[in-house]
Design a protein around this ligand. Structure first.
Ligand code: MG
Length: 427
């Protein structure tokens, strides 16, 4: 696959797609198959529910996405037989344990177990469709589709992505709605990563024929008219997509006032929370919304408190998902993270108000001010290391003191001027 050179902000957003998926999944797991949660009640990544999830544990959505991502991370074209066979094997390995699976995935994986190939799985998916009254558009393909988008970020890759997303969907979901939903959402994620916008979903409709375009246009219109909880049949891929899109478009983008604790990137966690409140298949709607919102605003927009908690099959954590995202977008060549990428902006907002030095902390959710304070080779690494060792900054005093100390040191050693140039050059 083409190795497109991404900027730091684009890398942040690519990681955000997988991390947003996992955060929505883990945040939604405690509320799955329960009534909608009103806005007067707080929600959290608390685990529990019928599957007794650990706090922060992700479910089948992220597990299956991981099965795709670990293959995409090798740089292989996901349309190849080799790639799809490996994805099929990954899913079968996952399904071998005591895991929570939807009815459709369970039936298809069970039937494909003996053959063990992508072909066997696709055939089982067709049989499920036929045995199920010509219906097989469960949300189980859409929930895991985000890593496919990351494999096709090259300039001319959109048509290829369109095809790959449908092929990976078809491994378990034969019905057209399920495959198209994945293709549409993947194009939206791709454009969110590349351009930092949400307009990819509407633009992706251009790839459909006139009849299908009219149908999906009406579906998106409906999503924008209604609230996410007004799609109660969200086990169906169309309703799940509508609920997720509704949550994204109905979440207000916070103003850019870091000194008051607000920044636009907070749209991502707010939209994910809104998606999870919809009731029904909450982890999946959260995962779908999270993948796109995370792709739009980046890993740096997701609360550190979430990122330190998320984990799940196959014994993976946030850092593993970051690594897979980086390997995928570099076609398997590099998992080295630029030191400023992925630091959490959302958490820093209320805490990094240091002596009037915070006029422009954020750019597309990427932490810019701390970068400036700690920038340059030495200071950038220090800033990253400092955040990593401290974990989620909760005490404003601590953060302020450290940031000031770093800033003072940089100023004394004459690095501030150079840092300013670095910062604006990358802006
Ligand atoms: Mg799930």
């Amino acid at each position: 696959m083409p190795d497109k050179q991404l900027t730091e902000i684009q890398l942040d957003r690519a990681m955000g797609a997988l991390l947003g998926l996992a955060c929505g999944d883990a945040l939604g797991a405690p509320y799955e198959f329960l009534p909608r949660v009103p806005y007067t009640r707080p929600i959290g990544m608390v685990g529990g529910n019928r599957m007794r999830w650990a706090p922060g544990e992700w479910t089948d959505d992220t597990a299956m996405a991981h099965g795709i991502a670990s293959v995409a991370a090798t740089g292989i074209d996901l349309r190849s037989v080799l790639a799809q066979d490996q994805i099929a094997r990954n899913w079968l390995a996952w399904s071998d344990g005591p895991v929570d699976m939807g009815r459709q995935i369970s039936a298809v994986l069970g039937a494909a177990e003996e053959g063990g190939t992508a072909h066997a799985m696709r055939t089982a998916a067709v049989h499920f469709h036929e045995d199920n009254g010509q219906r097989s558009a469960g949300n189980g393909a859409l929930m895991r589709t985000a890593p496919v988008a990351l494999a096709y970020l090259g300039d001319d890759d959109e048509a290829t992505l369109w095809q790959a997303a449908q092929e990976i969907a078809a491994l378990t979901h034969f019905e057209r709605d399920a495959q198209e939903a994945c293709a549409l959402w993947c194009v939206a994620i791709r454009r969110a990563v590349l351009f930092g916008t949400f307009d990819g979903l509407r633009l992706s409709l251009e790839r459909l024929n006139a009849e299908r375009r009219a149908l999906w246009t009406e579906r998106l219109d409906e999503a924008e008219r209604k609230q996410s909880w007004q799609f109660p049949n969200n086990g169906w891929t169309v309703a799940a997509l509508q609920a997720a899109w509704s949550a994204i478009v109905h979440t207000a983008e916070p103003v850019d006032r870091p000194e008051l604790g607000f920044c636009p990137a907070q749209h991502a966690p707010h939209a994910i929370e809104r998606a999870v409140r919809c009731g029904g298949d909450t982890d999946t709607v959260g995962a779908i919304a999270g993948a796109l919102a995370g792709a739009r605003w980046g890993a740096s927009a997701l609360p550190q408190a979430w990122l330190t908690k998320i984990h799940g099959w196959p014994d993976a954590k946030a850092d593993d998902l970051k690594r897979l995202a980086l390997l995928t977008v570099t076609a398997g060549r590099s998992a080295v993270l630029p030191p400023t990428v992925g630091l959490s902006a959302v958490d820093i907002v209320p805490t990094a108000v240091v002596g009037g030095q915070v006029s422009a902390i954020f750019q597309n959710g990427l932490l810019r001010r701390l970068y400036l304070l700690c920038a340059g080779e030495v200071f950038t690494r220090r800033g990253a290391a400092w955040l990593k060792t401290k974990g989620a900054p909760t005490g404003a005093q601590d953060v302020d003191a450290d940031a000031i100390a770093v800033f003072d040191e940089a100023e004394m050693s004459g690095q501030i001027e150079m840092n300013k140039e670095t910062d604006s050059a990358q802006t």
